[in-house]
Write a protein that binds this ligand. Sequence first.
Ligand code: GLA
Length: 352
Amino acid sequence: MNKFYKIFNENFIARAKAHARVNLIGEHTDYTEGYVLPTLLRQKTEVYISLSKNKHNVYSQYFDEKVSFNNLAKSSNSHWIDYIKGCLAILKINKYLKNDFFNILIFSNIPINKGISSSAAICVALLKAIRNYYDLIITDKEIALLAQKVEKQYIGVKCGIMDQMVSSIGILNKAFFLNCRTLEYELIDIPKDYIFNLIDTKIERNLRASSYNQRYKELKKAEKFLKPKKLFESSLADLNKNNFDDLIKKRARHVITENIRVLQARKALKDNELNYFGKLMNKSHSSYSKDFEASNKEIDLMVKRSILSGSIGSRLTGGGFGGFVVSLVNINKHKKWKTNMSKIYNKKQFLL
Ligand code: GLA
């Protein structure tokens, strides 16, 4: 590749790529061992590497920035390079890497901080590139677990395993049903006559700064109340039996009902009942907005307008508090939906 040669004055030796994802249903259910149903997006991150002599050199085309370093300490300003350093640190801690240095070139067309997993994609792609370089025996599932460690142990986001699993194992045009407790998964075809459209709410969300970790804590609190039951095995009756904080109860109610919806959505997709799938998306959004309070008026309005414009189901996707709204539209109604939504929202907000 020309670009690699131009920057590092040699050819790359190994490469790998990983896609962004959109979660179709199942929000904040992964880190309480529940169910999720995301799918891959076309947008992807590609990583090219070769060995370097005495320091790591990383060029990101997305940020048009080159960074060199020889220690793996985290930056003090949440710089993108932390994801690279984090991957190298986790590989070292897990004894997959010794003292080698790398030249790393990163291409990406995944918008960042928008809830479609740009960070999981960069971690999965880099970890796979290094795996390919050394021919390491690491499965795609283990790659996902290592990428999750980067987020949790290095970056400090208490994320679940959904993003890394689908980014490492998922297949385009298939929904990826995941049991986050057992890590068993199922790839389900998405019918060709339906489209999942994404519109940017233009509300930037940074997992590190957002209320994501706050929600995590609230759900862990709920689990303390529900003990010995875990959230994924609790029912609404269990919630009512327990006399605990109203706010924590609301958060837990979202998760309990959301897990049921994911299972229903999986069945609906398999049975080709896309209208029902859409209804579940709408219910999911309402729960995400009212019980989980991860939405806001502007986002709720976008969801409403999308439904009025002909979408079967619409909801805020990802960690919450901004990012993209995903809408399910029948191909025959797509033109009308898009024309209507384009009257209100800028063309640039539509993810193609
Ligand atoms: C982020 C996290 C995931 C998951 C979602 C919410 O994307 O990385 O693990 O918790 O938010 O569903």
